[in-house]
Design a protein around this ligand. Structure first.
Ligand code: GLU
Length: 406
C-alpha cells in the first residue's frame, strides 16, 4: 500500500508535508483486556484501535478477531479505510480495530465478555461523531450488538449510531449484510461492460465463503455467472460446469464447511486460485496473490473483495499480463457505503426500505467505478493507482481547506 500511496501522490504532485501527514495514523490505541474464561481462569488479550485520519468525518472501519492480528496490520487496514471512504465519497475517515484471539476456540460467553471489555477500554475514542466500528473478519451482527449495548450503558442512553452492521431490530440497515457482496457484483458488472464480456460466458473463481465471498457468489450466480469454484478456510470445491451456489451455501450452513458438497471435486484453496476462469474474486484475507502464484493466474479480471489480497509484486506481474484489477478500496466499498446509510438512518430515526438502500448503493458504486475509470484514463495508470489518486486528492483538498490547527 505504501508503494501505491507514493506513486499516486507523485502523480498528483502532492507536497511532501501533506504526504507525511497522510502516511501516519492520527491515533493508535493498544489495550490489555482481562477476560474471565469459562474454566474460571483469567486470560489477558490484546486489542487495538487505530484511527488513521478523521479530516473528512468520524473514523469508520471494522473490528477483526484473529490469532494473527497485529498493530502493523490494523494500521494498514485503517489507512485503507481512509482511502476507501474517500473513493465512494462518504463523509468518514478511516479506522480499524482488532483483537488477538482465536474465536473458533472460544464460547459465546467468552466472546461477549471480550467484546464488552474491549469496548469499555476504547470508549474514550468511540462515538457516533468520533469513531464508528463495524464487523470485519470473524465479527458479526451479534458482536456489534454487544458493542452498542456496552457503549450505551456507559453513556446512559441508547446510542445506535456508535456502530454499524447491527441486527435490524437494533437500528441496523436493510441490505447491510449483503452490501459488500452486492458491491462486488456491481463493480464486476461495470468492469465486464468495459471488457465487452457477458455474465453468461464468464467463469468465476471465488476465494472465501463468508459475508463477502459467500454473498458475492450468490448474487453473481443469480446474475447468470458460472461460479466454477469457491473456497473457505478448510479448502475449495470446484465444478467446471458451474456450482449450484444456493445449494452450496445451504450445505455450508448445515455442516459448517464447503467440503463434502455432492457434485463437486475438492482441492486446496491455493490450487483453486489457478483454475481456468475469466474472473477471480479473492474475498478472504490479505496477501493471497503473490509473486509465487501471480504468473499462474488465468483470470482476465480480478475483483478484490478482500482488503489487500494482492501483493505489490503480484500487482506488477498481473499488470504486465494485462489483467484488469478492480482494487479493494473500490470493489469492497459496498459495505462501508451501506454502513454510512445505516449511520444516517440511526441519526434520523427513520429507516429506509431495502429497495432504497440497494438503489442508493448501486448509484454510488457505479459513479465511483466511473470516477476511478476516468482517473485511470486521465493519468494512464492502473485502476488501483487511479483509485488512490482520486481518494488522496479528496482527502488532501479537505485538509488544505481546513488548514493545520496550531
Ligand atoms: N470491515 C468492512 C471493510 O473493511 C466494513 C467497514 C465499515 O462498514 O465500517 O470495509
Amino acid at each position: 500500500m505504501a508503494r501505491n500511496f507514493n506513486v499516486a501522490a507523485e502523480k498528483l504532485g502532492l507536497d511532501e508535508g501533506l504526504r507525511e501527514v497522510l502516511r501516519r495514523p492520527d491515533r493508535e490505541l493498544t489495550v490489555a483486556l482481562p477476560v474471565l474464561m469459562d474454566d474460571g481462569k483469567l486470560k489477558v488479550f490484546t486489542g487495538y484501535r487505530v484511527q488513521h485520519n478523521f479530516s473528512r468525518g468520524p473514523c469508520k472501519g471494522g473490528i477483526r478477531y484473529a490469532p494473527d492480528v497485529n498493530l502493523d496490520e490494523v494500521r494498514a487496514l485503517s489507512a485503507w479505510m481512509t482511502w476507501k471512504c474517500a473513493v465512494v465519497d462518504v463523509p468518514f475517515g478511516g479506522g480499524k480495530g482488532g483483537i488477538i484471539c482465536d474465536p473458533r476456540t472460544m464460547s459465546l460467553g467468552e466472546l461477549e465478555r471480550l467484546t464488552r471489555r474491549y469496548t469499555a477500554a476504547i470508549m474514550d475514542i468511540l462515538g457516533p461523531d468520533r469513531d464508528v466500528p463495524a464487523p470485519d473478519v470473524n465479527t458479526n451482527e451479534q458482536t456489534m450488538a454487544w458493542v452498542m449495548d456496552t457503549y450505551s450503558m456507559h453513556v446512559r442512553r441508547t446510542t445506535t449510531a456508535v456502530v454499524t452492521g447491527k441486527p435490524l431490530v437494533l437500528g441496523g440497515s436493510r441490505g447491510r449484510r449483503e452490501a459488500t457482496g452486492r458491491g462486488v457484483m456491481l463493480t464486476c458488472r461495470e468492469a465486464l461492460k468495459k471488457l465487452g464480456m457477458r455474465p453468461e460466458n464468464t467463469r468465476v473463481v471465488v476465494q472465501g465463503a463468508g459475508n463477502v465471498g459467500g454473498i458475492g457468489a450468490e448474487l453473481m450466480h443469480r446474475e447468470g455467472y458460472k461460479i466454477v469454484s469457491i473456497s473457505d478456510m478448510y479448502g475449495a470445491i470446484a465444478n467446471e460446469k458451474g456450482l449450484d451456489i444456493p445449494a452450496v451455501m445451504a450445505h455450508q450452513k448445515k455442516t459448517g464447511r464447503l467440503a463434502g458438497f455432492p457434485g463437486a471435486r475438492e482441492l486446496t484453496g491455493e490450487a483453486a486460485l489457478e483454475l481456468p476462469c475469466e474472473v477471480l474474486v479473492p474475498a478472504a484475507t490479505e496477501n493471497q496473490i503473490t509473486s509465487k502464484n501471480a504468473d499462474r493466474i488465468h483470470a482476465r479480471l480480478i475483483i478484490e473483495g478482500a482488503n489487500g489480497p494482492t501483493t505489490d509484486s503480484a500487482d506488477a506481474i498481473l499488470e504486465k499480463k494485462g489483467v484488469m484489477i478492480v482494487p479493494d478500496i473500490l470493489a469492497n466499498a459496498g459495505g462501508v457505503t451501506v454502513s454510512y446509510f445505516e449511520w444516517v438512518q440511526d441519526r434520523m430515526g427513520y429507516f429506509w426500505t431495502e429497495q432504497r438502500v440497494n438503489t442508493s448503493l448501486e448509484q454510488i458504486m457505479v459513479k465511483s467505478f466511473d470516477d476511478v475509470y476516468a482517473m485511470m484514463q486521465k493519468y494512464k495508470c492502473s485502476m488501483r493507482i487511479a483509485a488512490y489518486i482520486l481518494s488522496i486528492d479528496r482527502v488532501a483538498s479537505v485538509y488544505r481547506l481546513r488548514g493545520v490547527f496550531a
